[in-house]
Design a protein around this ligand. Structure first.
Ligand SMILES: C[S@@+](CC[C@H](N)C(=O)[O-])C[C@H]1O[C@@H](n2cnc3c(N)ncnc32)[C@H](O)[C@@H]1O
Length: 222
């Protein structure tokens, strides 16, 4: 699997296919996060989320784990162009399936359109490994596609997501061939869903999960 070939085309393809909706979805819940000190981003891609994160939280120390060298180069170049070359960002070129994060070291974890790259058997190990990196009260921002539960929108989402997998599997040799609902893995790893938004008629969602139980006065989802 490699996103290297696709990386130079990722930005214009996103602009053409999704206008600003993917970026809206990635960044929507940043407003819910109070200034994190250490952030761990998996599969950041070309740096669009990273730029917004560093603008909003200039004091944060950020670790990016990314398997594509070309994506890392693009993200570095974007940070420079946006005047953020001085931000405290460490890029780690590694396969998330084998890279071991430091335990309980991060107060914010981010997986935007990343967990959809993996099969069930991979997610069963990957999600607990990622979760182990979260501090006791850590947050996990997660954004992805979903198959809408019912109606015509369900058919549309199935066609779009099916098309995306066919394309990505061909171009990047992605191991996954279908979307996996990761909710049960996050819950089993000790996280509780705190906030959720949907975009593009439910095709995209972003969620903020909190490590541990959520007190009733703090609930944002009923
Ligand atoms: C679908 S792209 C999403 C990029 C970006 N987060 C976004 O929101 O558009 C998936 C990203 O995860 C990276 N990736 C996929 N599998 C990976 C792995 N096993 N380890 C680390 N990064 C991986 C890819 O190189 C790519 O940059």
């Amino acid at each position: 699997m490699s996103f290297d070939l696709l990386a130079p085309h990722y930005r214009w393809m996103e602009a053409l296919c999704a206008a600003g909706q993917l970026q809206r979805c990635r960044t929507a819940l940043l407003a819910s996060v109070s200034a994190p000190q250490r952030v761990l981003i998996y599969g950041e891609g070309n740096g669009r989320f990273l730029v917004e994160l560093c603008r909003r939280f200039p004091e944060a120390r950020v670790t990016v784990v990314e398997a594509s060298v070309v994506m890392i180069e693009l993200a570095r170049a974007r940070m420079k162009r946006e005047g953020l070359a001085g931000a405290q960002v460490e890029f780690i070129h590694a396969d998330a399936l084998t890279w071991q994060p430091p335990v309980a070291a991060f107060d914010l974890i981010v997986t935007c359109f990343f967990l959809d790259c993996f099969r069930v058997d991979q997610l069963q190990k990957l999600v607990p490994a990622i979760a182990s990196a979260a501090a006791a009260d850590g947050l996990w921002l997660h954004a992805d596609f979903q198959i809408v539960p019912a109606g015509l929108r369900r058919v549309c989402s199935q066609v779009i997501v099916g098309g995306l997998y066919a394309f990505f599997r061909r171009v990047t040799r992605l191991p996954a061939h279908e979307l996996v609902n990761v909710e049960s893995y996050l819950s089993a790893a000790g996280f509780s869903k705190w906030e959720r938004r949907e975009f593009v008629l439910g095709l995209l969602f972003c969620e903020c999960w909190k490590r541990g139980e959520i007190a009733s006065h703090d609930r944002r989802i009923t």
